[in-house]
Design a binder for this molecule. Structure first.
Ligand code: DON
Length: 306
């Protein structure tokens, strides 16, 4: 029998609200540090386009690393399998901004969702697009079917002002020949990618192509071939939560992606997408309440990819 998603979401939401909200809002991006930490939103959309939300699900927040999934989708579709010569598909087991493995791996990032991998994806975008920022926004607005999606220039600028690690990574990869454009241009595009703002509702709707074998369930347009959607979901499962990917898989059992803005998107292929936002992060940089909510949600629905 189909679970009563709406009832389960409302109940789990109410339960989580009663419990302490642990974790910390990250302070390294000043524009994000000032967010109200009690915000909590959830939005669910299934492939039949049934959808419902709880709490602050219509409020925009900085999606940060979640937008790396859109950038990967666009670049993978354009480049095909040769993309994997420049970025690998293995979990890193390290924090998202770690430089540790890059030397041993000769400048090839472990996967497209750690910062090094996303920087390579941005470098490719610069190579293949005339106006990469506009192209990225167009792609996201297209899959979201919503033109009200923008970069937050203040967030992008504040990240650029503090991008010493990302710049180091970019220069290091350039020394191995795995960054082709000027590091400054790559960093500018990367910081803009991270600065995109969306609501939980926009996120759960825009990820439906990945729940539906690459095809949008609304107008039936194929955004990615099935094989590519399958592979992106696989990377989301193994690498979507940095060095907490195993834990997310263990507790929640869905492919997904987090961002330091406190958002998480999770996908049950062939069924639904669910987005959660709560800004306080656990020590691994993933939303504390987001993880708790999704763990309880999949436990109560009795559905995971396993
Ligand atoms: O590069 C940075 O520091 C951030 N903009 C990373 C974004 C992010 O969400 C990483 N992960 N959780």
């Amino acid at each position: 029998m189909k679970p009563d998603y709406q009832k389960i979401i409302s109940n789990v939401y109410a339960d989580i609200l009663k419990k302490p909200n642990s974790g910390k809002v990250p302070n390294y991006i000043p524009e994000i540090a000032c967010i109200e930490e009690h915000k909590f939103g959830v939005h669910f959309t299934d492939l039949g386009l049934n959808n419902f939300g709880c709490g602050n699900f219509q409020e925009k927040f900085s999606v940060q690393s979640i937008s790396k999934v859109f950038a990967l989708s666009f670049v993978y579709e354009k480049l095909g399998e040769k993309l994997w010569k420049r970025v690998d598909v293995e979990p890193s087991g390290n924090p998202f901004n770690s430089l540790l493995q890059l030397e041993a791996d000769h400048g090839i990032p472990r996967n497209p969702f750690i910062n090094a991998g996303a920087l390579v994806i941005c470098d490719i975008l610069l190579e293949i697009c005339e106006n990469p920022k506009e192209t990225l926004l167009e792609f996201i607005r297209d899959v979201a079917e919503d033109d009200e999606i923008f970069f937050n220039e203040k967030v992008a600028q504040s990240e650029m002002d503090h991008s010493y690690r990302n710049t180091a990574m970019c220069n290091f990869m350039k020394s191995f020949g795995n960054i082709h454009s000027k590091p400054n241009s790559v960093i500018d595009l990367y910081c803009h990618l991270c600065s995109i703002e969306m609501t939980c509702e926009q996120l759960s709707k825009s990820f439906l192509y990945l729940a539906n074998g690459g095809r949008k369930p609304t107008d039936r347009r194929q955004i990615l071939p099935y094989l590519k959607a399958k592979r992106i979901n696989a990377i989301l499962l193994t690498c979507g939560f940095y060095d907490e990917s195993g834990e997310f898989s263990f507790l929640v059992g869905l492919p997904g992606k987090s961002g330091v803005g406190g958002g998480i998107i999770a996908i049950l292929p062939q069924k639904y997408c669910i987005a959660v936002w709560s800004p306080k992060l656990n020590v691994k940089g993933n939303s504390y309440r987001g993880m708790k909510f999704l763990e309880e949600f999949t436990t109560q629905t009795g559905e995971t990819i396993f």
